[in-house]
Design a protein around this ligand. Structure first.
Ligand code: WTA
Length: 664
């Protein structure tokens, strides 16, 4: 249930220090920018024609499409009749065009190990791993689960799935066995691909052990392929578990790309909705690839011959799918892929074993060494960099950078300005890109050679995409706050929720008839610029990660001592939002510090460390409406230390004073 725009948005608007400045693209930038003519927006008005042109320009089709779009809300089919293969577009055709020696991936492991992989080498690996999948009995259409660290094998596995037309579903490496179970079973995946562990903050962080726990409850998985990344001890179940390096050594690099239909399922990616059960967002082939390739090329002003592009997201999130793998490789770009965290220096440069004493300049060190030209990162990371101070980036030569990007949550103007000054040297345009797992690709952003940017605003929809802000009744708002909706189909839009067509319709298409409802609040200023204001539904955004309040609530009540729970995301200076849990304990339990700690830990075990509540407060009652709905708004007001909003609909008006007493 969403709240009214006022109650949902006022908090975030207040906390915004809106800068009154505009930043025009610099003459140095526009001199060589790909797009400088605003008439591209006019081209986008005839959106079917616009996207059909891009699809033919960016993609090699084995068979051309005969119809650009079939639209029967909420079902879209783009580039109907077209046949293509994503891996062919990312790899083979570049090698055939003679650029096989260009570097596809510059890999930097957390300890400091490096690998440079050309397009020809990546193609060879992908062909070989496709053969491995075929040898394991994987067929076109079968689902494959990928649970891996940020190592090149993750991209190889994704591309091999795409080559075979076997949809993958990645599960972020920070997720728990329970999360794996839900996703593997919903997708009915037949093979899982993982690693023994990945490096994280100086230590191997186990993955295979989580797979082992999960697989006790995943009957559809026949085999597990394991990359030996950290040389840790893992148990290999005879007949089921196989080493990546053994399989690759025995396979030929001969598997051809399977031509699939434009609407063939490319992947499922599970994301938090407003219920405890994550949704399997479905992305298909032709439309998705067109939009991610176009946005990657134009939003990042890509010059594939000379650029070194770095997206610091994890491959397990949609940003990694679209802007580390599919967009950049379709465009023949050279990408940097970094395994670890920004506060872990290379092994050779660590000052002792205690992370507290380590320098926090790894990102800047990587940019200097690889001469990175575009950096795409998240506001939560930028705020961490701010906290660590300007001296860290100042240790390095960042002059190779020519463009900066931001994604995942609203970027506050202070962070924007810091990024602009300390990383971009007031020279690089910043593209603040709004989009979602569901939209597959970027939707709202400046175009760097055209748009005058305002710090904190994602500016406007890209050509060929149409958004409107509406009020509670669905009437368009031309200035002021409301809800973000999308009014026309776009190529990379989700094609459904896996095995749940009703949920697809109800979640996105029912609230405002004829429109896609994104779940975000937005404000339009007097110049028509869009300011994204965060989620207005029960989805929290913690460091750019989507977690639903209900998911955390069910993990809380799963603890033996908890009878009832309510969860809110409250504003947090570092992580955007932080999770606050309010629990009613079962009789016989005392709210000791140990118990509260144990409950927090329990959530981390159930859902993964990113979902661990910042604070859990034991209360004797929860604020509810007379119909029994928990009033999260009041809890949020309290967690954020605001005066309590309207409590007139509370069933028991005394509850709030009791709660504020117990959390004090
Ligand atoms: C939020 C990540 C403001 C938004 C690509 C959206 C943003 C959710 C921005 C999707 C941005 C993402 N400005 N908010 N530039 N980018 N969001 O599915 O609330 O992990 O609905 O996709 O992140 O998160 P998701």
């Amino acid at each position: 249930m969403a709240q009214s725009p006022e109650s949902a948005l006022s908090g975030s608007i207040d906390s915004y220090q809106v800068e009154d400045r505009k930043f025009a693209p610099s003459p140095e930038f526009t001199a060589s920018a790909r797009l400088t003519d605003p008439s591209i927006y006019t081209d986008g008005e005839d959106y079917e024609n616009f996207w059909a042109t891009q699809a033919r320009d960016l993609i090699t089709w084995f068979e051309d499409f005969h119809t650009t779009l079939e639209w029967d809300l909420p079902n879209a089919r783009w580039f109907v009749g077209g046949k293509l293969n994503v891996a062919y577009n990312c790899l083979d055709r570049h090698v055939e065009a003679g650029i096989g020696d260009r570097v596809a991936i510059y890999f930097e492991g957390e300890p400091g190990d490096t690998r440079t992989i050309t397009y020809a080498e990546l193609l060879d690996d992908v062909k070989r791993f496709t053969r491995v999948l075929i040898n394991l009995g994987v067929e076109t259409g079968d689902r494959v689960c990928i649970y891996m660290p940020m190592i090149p094998e993750a991209a190889v596995a994704m591309l091999a799935c795409a080559r075979l037309g076997a949809p993958h579903t990645l599960v972020f490496g920070g997720f728990s066995p329970d999360s794996l179970i839900d996703r593997i079973n919903d997708a009915e995946a037949v093979v899982a691909i993982t690693a023994d562990a990945g490096y994280r903050k100086g230590k191997p962080s186990g993955l295979k052990t989580n797979i082992d726990v999960a697989l006790a409850d995943c009957p559809t998985i026949r085999n597990v392929v394991v990359v030996n990344r950290c040389d840790t001890d893992v148990e290999m179940t005879e007949g089921r578990d196989l080493w990546w390096h053994d399989l690759m050594a025995d396979a030929d690099a001969d598997a051809d790309a399977v031509p699939v239909d434009s609407e063939h399922l490319l992947y499922l990616l599970y994301t938090s909705g407003t219920t405890a059960k994550p949704k399997g967002v479905m992305h298909t082939t032709g439309g998705y690839l067109t939009q991610v390739a176009w946005t990657h090329r134009e939003v990042f002003d890509l010059k594939p011959e000379s650029d070194i592009y770095w997206c610091s997201a994890d491959i397990g999130w949609v940003t990694g799918h679209s802007y580390i793998v599919y967009g950049p490789l379709t465009n023949g770009a050279s990408v940097v892929m970094y395994e670890g965290t920004p506060d872990t220096p290379r092994e050779s440069e660590r000052n002792g074993d205690d992370p507290a004493g380590w320098a926090k300049d790894r990102m800047w060190d990587i940019i200097e060494r690889y001469k990175v030209t575009q950096l795409y990162t998240a506001p939560t990371a930028i705020r961490a960099f701010m906290k660590w101070g300007e001296a860290e980036p100042a240790k390095h030569d960042l002059s190779s950078l020519r463009l900066l990007g931001s994604v995942g949550e609203p970027i506050n103007p202070e962070a924007w300005m810091w990024y602009h000054r300390n990383i971009g040297a007031e020279r690089c345009p910043i593209v603040d890109t709004w989009w979602q797992t569901e939209t597959g690709g970027i939707m709202i952003t400046p175009l760097p050679g055209i748009t005058e940017t305002k710090p904190g605003s994602a500016c406007r929809a890209i050509p060929g995409v149409f958004v409107e802000v509406v009020d509670d009744e669905g009437n368009e708002v031309t200035e002021g706050g409301g809800y973000l909706t999308i009014t026309k189909p776009f190529p990379a839009m989700l094609r459904g929720v896996w095995k749940a067509p009703e949920r697809f319709f109800d979640t996105y298409w029912s609230r405002y008839p004829g429109r896609y409802f994104a779940g975000d609040g937005a404000r339009l200023d007097e110049d028509g610029y869009l300011w994204l204001m965060g989620r207005v539904d029960d989805v929290m955004n913690i460091s750019g990660h989507r977690i639903s309040t209900t998911e955390v609530e069910s993990a809380l009540v799963d603890h033996d001592a908890v009878a009832e729970a309510a969860v809110v995301g409250a504003a947090d200076p570092l992580t955007g939002q932080a999770i606050y849990g309010y629990v009613i304990l079962r009789g016989g339990n005392e709210p000791s510090e140990e118990l509260i700690e144990e409950i927090r830990r329990h959530v981390a075990t159930k859902l993964g460390a990113i979902a661990r509540p910042k604070q859990v407060v034991a209360v004797t009652d929860l604020p509810k409406t007379r119909s029994g709905k928990i009033m999260r708004r009041l809890l949020r007001d309290m967690a954020e230390g605001r005066e309590l909003g309207d409590t007139t609909t509370l069933a028991d008006a005394g509850v709030m004073s009791q709660i504020s007493g117990s959390s004090a």
